[in-house]
Every structure is written in structure tokens, then in C-alpha cells.
Design a protein around this ligand. Structure first.
Ligand code: SIN
Length: 461
């Protein structure tokens, strides 16, 4: 048994220490999820829905406390953390309703004495592994559809941010969801991955995290042919067309790029700007970036918190230094405020110009408040730059022309497209990526499908 120390990324202070579980304890929890499955599945969709609605109400009652917890363990500004609580609840609201719309169908028969029907049933025990960047919303985005479908659910939260998940699960139990129907485990990540992917009762793995870990889990899932939803890395391009409304493009870029200090999978990682407006756009963007206040998310007016830890900071610094060494300029930012002893890492919101195509930042996910700008002449050139990525999660573009916009949205190889829009996530819309950004979708009507099996019944009269 080990101990996890949860620290505040804004100060380095340890806010809580938790004991981790052993292999046997993790396995026992999965066994309990298996035992709880038949009775949870047997509830009517209306009863499961009522319990989800009660859970959502509990979270709303505790909104402020949960928001503060998110800020304390993740570092994001409190206003953003409260927004995340609302976003997290919106998944429960949505799937509480979707529970009632898990329809089957009848199929016209080919012979008179047969009746053919299709039903949907819950897949079984669902095991989830969630990230630290949205400790509330990434948990409910998985738990709500799983529970709505009739699956039991067990989650391993990120070591950096387990407190929010633990609190959400306590609230779920207080709302009446049986203890073994929704559980968490806190233990060594590779060990949990191994147990989740090898335990026969687990029928589905749902993971949000890095592409490297996603590939490992997928290969492990093959042993027992588990279903898997993978929400992996991203490297979102933003195309700013010559006819873009620059004020809108700047405003939406700031929101998309700097929320959560750039630590989102859909965070823009490349700005591809038409050469005729590049100077005007860059000047306007830099002016707005200078207004962002970096600091402890508990303080009023702070808009960019710390990055999560040393590892994240080192990666960001490596990309900045690499770009600068290859000729880039920091149009704004480039600095940091770090105390290695205390253990906090703040990165100045940064915009890089004159970035070489072979700079690491042009292909590697940054997960920090830094963005490079490159320019283009022809739209097809911008599309080629944008699509030249292993990733295919989110993309954004800005244009006032419906023809340009339609052409871009049809030719960009990304699962999520923001057209004059930097805020693309919603519980009622499908979230997920193409290529190495993953497989499957979360949210929307699509988001409950991965928790259901299809059963076809051929009845001979
Ligand atoms: C993520 O970064 O994976 C989630 C972001 C979102 O839901 O907007």
C-alpha cells in the first residue's frame, strides 16, 4: 500500500494525503461492480434516471465547494472551476434523459411465421481512467452514460486530482446510487490498467489521456476483447482566413487557447493565419494576451493558473526553447515563474512568431499556454498544414464566407470543428477525434452507444 500526496499546483502545498489500494483491493472492487450489475441493470430506465437527477441536484447544492476543490487540486481559476462543475452536471442531466430513449426496433420479416426484433442492453461493468485537466467533467462524461445505460462503473482518477472524483462519488451515493454501482480506485496506474484490462467482468474501458497510454490500454484490451473508447491527444489548428472577423478570431482564440492554462486536449496548438492579415491579427492577439493575469486561481481576476507539475512545465519549456533556437520570436510571453523547492510552475501566456515548420511545437502536443503562428497564401495550403498531424481531435477556423467555411469544414480531418467558435464542447454534442486522437465519441446521442450491446431476436411462431 502506498500514499498519494495531492498538492496545490499554485503553491506546491500538500492539501491531502490518501492511501492507495493493493492489487487485491482493486480486484475486489471490480468484483463488487460485477455483483452489483444485475440489480442496477434491472432497474427501469425511469428509476435510473431519477437517481441520476438526484445526483445532479446534490452536485448543484455543493457547487461552490466542488469548484474550490477543483481549483485547489488542479490550479484552474475558480470561475473556470465553477464552470467545470456546471459542465460536469450537464452530462448527468443529459444522460438522465437519454436513459429513457434507449430504443430497440422491429425488422420486417422475410417469412410469415417469424418476428424479428432488436434490443439494446447494458454492456456490463465499465472501467474508466480519467485525467487531471477536468477532474469533474471527464468523470461525469463517462459515469453518466454508463449508469444511464444500466452499467456499473468504476473509475481511477488521476493521481494529481483524485479529490474531486472522490467527492462526486460520495454525492452519488448520498443521492441513492448503490455504493457498488459507482466506485473509485486509487492505486498505481499501470497496475490498475492491467487489472481493468484483464478482469473478465470488465466489458468496457473508457480512457481520456495521452495517445501513448491509450495505445497500451488498447493492446491490453485485446486479451479479453474489451470494448474501448479512447479520448487521446490533440494538436488543434486554427485557420484564420483573409476575410475573418479579426476581433472575433482573437476573442475566441484567447478563450480556446488559454482556458485551463492551455491544458486541454482541444487546446489550439497552431495558428495558421492568412499572410495579408497576419500582422494585424498578431498585434490584436498580443494586446489581448497581455491582459491575461497569471496567478493563483483562488485570487479574483486571475485568468491563467499554474501548469500541473514539473513534467508538464519541462515539456512546455522544451518546446519554447526548441522553437526559439530554430529562429522563432516570442511576440509576447516566453517567461515563467517557478519555484522548484515549493513545487509550483507558472508559464507566461506566450505567442511565438516566425516559427520553423520543423519546430517540435508544430507537431507535438504542448498542453500549456503557448501558441505558434505560421502564415499561408492559399486555402489548400492552410488545409494541408492543418491536416499534417497524427492527431485529429479539434480544429477551428475563422471566416465570414459560407463558401470558405463549408470548404474548410468538409476538408479538415478532425472530429470537432469550431467555425468562428472557440467554445465547442457541450454535453449534447459528440466529442472525440480521428486518427491518433482516439476512437468513439462521448457526449450527445452518440455518447451512450458505447455502453450498450445490440441483441437481435429471431422468433419463430
Ligand atoms: C479535454 O481536454 O479532454 C476535454 C475538454 C472539453 O471537454 O472541453
Amino acid at each position: 500500500m502506498g500514499v498519494v500526496h495531492v498538492s496545490n499546483p499554485a503553491t506546491g502545498e500538500i492539501i491531502h494525503s490518501l492511501q492507495t489500494s493493493t492489487k487485491e483491493e482493486v480486484t475486489a472492487k471490480v468484483d463488487k461492480a460485477q455483483l452489483a450489475f444485475p440489480s442496477w441493470k434491472a432497474l427501469t430506465a425511469y428509476d435510473r434516471s431519477k437517481l441520476l437527477i438526484a445526483w445532479a441536484a446534490m452536485i448543484r447544492e455543493n457547487r461552490q465547494e466542488l469548484g474550490e476543490l477543483i481549483t485547489l487540486e488542479n490550479g484552474k481559476p475558480l470561475a473556470e472551476a465553477l464552470g467545470e462543475v456546471d459542465y460536469a452536471v450537464s452530462y448527468i442531466d443529459w444522460y438522465a434523459e437519454e436513459a429513457k430513449r434507449i430504443y430497440g426496433r422491429t425488422i420486417p420479416t422475410h417469412v410469415p411465421n417469424k418476428r424479428l426484433s432488436v434490443t439494446r442492453q447494458p454492456i456490463g461493468v465499465v472501467a474508466a481512467i480519467t485525467p487531471w485537466n477536468f477532474p469533474a467533467a471527464m468523470m461525469t462524461r463517462k459515469a453518466a452514460p454508463a449508469l444511464a445505460a444500466g452499467c456499473t462503473f468504476i473509475v481511477k482518477p488521476a493521481e494529481e486530482t483524485p479529490l474531486t472524483t472522490i467527492r462526486l462519488i460520495e454525492l452519488a451515493h448520498r443521492a441513492g446510487i448503490p455504493e457498488d454501482a459507482v466506485q473509485y480506485v486509487l492505486a498505481d496506474a499501470p497496475m490498475v490498467g492491467e487489472i481493468f484490462t484483464s478482469h473478465k467482468a470488465v466489458r468496457k474501458i473508457t480512457f481520456t489521456g495521452s495517445t501513448a497510454v491509450g495505445k497500451l490500454l488498447l493492446s491490453q484490451c485485446a486479451q479479453t476483447v474489451k470494448h474501448a473508447t479512447m479520448e487521446l491527444g490533440g494538436h488543434a489548428p486554427i485557420i484564420v482566413a483573409e476575410d475573418a472577423n479579426i476581433a472575433v478570431a482573437v476573442e475566441q482564440t484567447i478563450i480556446a487557447k488559454y482556458r485551463n492554462a492551455g491544458q486541454t486536449c482541444v487546446s489550439p496548438n497552431r495558428l495558421i493565419v492568412h499572410e495579408n492579415i497576419a500582422a494585424t491579427f498578431t498585434e490584436a492577439l498580443v494586446a489581448k494576451v497581455k491582459e491575461l493575469k497569471v496567478g493563483n486561481g483562488m485570487e479574483a481576476d486571475v485568468s491563467v493558473g499554474p501548469v500541473i507539475n514539473r513534467k508538464g512545465f519541462d515539456k512546455i519549456q522544451d518546446q519554447i526553447q526548441d522553437a526559439l533556437s530554430k529562429g522563432a520570436d516570442a511576440a509576447v510571453g516566453g517567461g515563467h515563474n517557478v519555484d522548484e523547492e515549493q513545487g509550483f510552475y507558472f508559464v507566461e501566456p506566450t505567442v511565438l512568431t516566425n516559427v520553423s515548420a520543423d519546430a517540435k511545437i508544430m507537431t507535438e502536443e504542448t498542453f500549456g499556454p503557448v501558441i505558434p503562428i505560421v502564415t499561408f497564401k492559399e486555402l489548400d495550403e492552410a488545409i494541408a498544414i492543418a491536416n499534417d498531424s497524427l492527431y485529429g481531435l479539434a480544429t477551428y477556423f475563422f471566416t465570414e464566407s459560407y463558401k470558405t467555411g463549408t470548404y474548410l469544414s468538409e476538408n479538415l480531418d478532425y472530429g470537432i470543428v469550431g467555425w468562428n467558435d472557440g467554445i465547442i464542447s457541450a454535453a449534447h454534442a459528440p466529442f472525440g477525434g480521428m486518427k491518433e486522437s482516439g476512437m468513439g465519441r462521448e457526449g450527445g446521442t452518440e455518447g451512450i452507444e458505447p455502453y450498450l450491446e445490440t441483441k437481435y431476436v429471431s422468433m419463430s411462431l
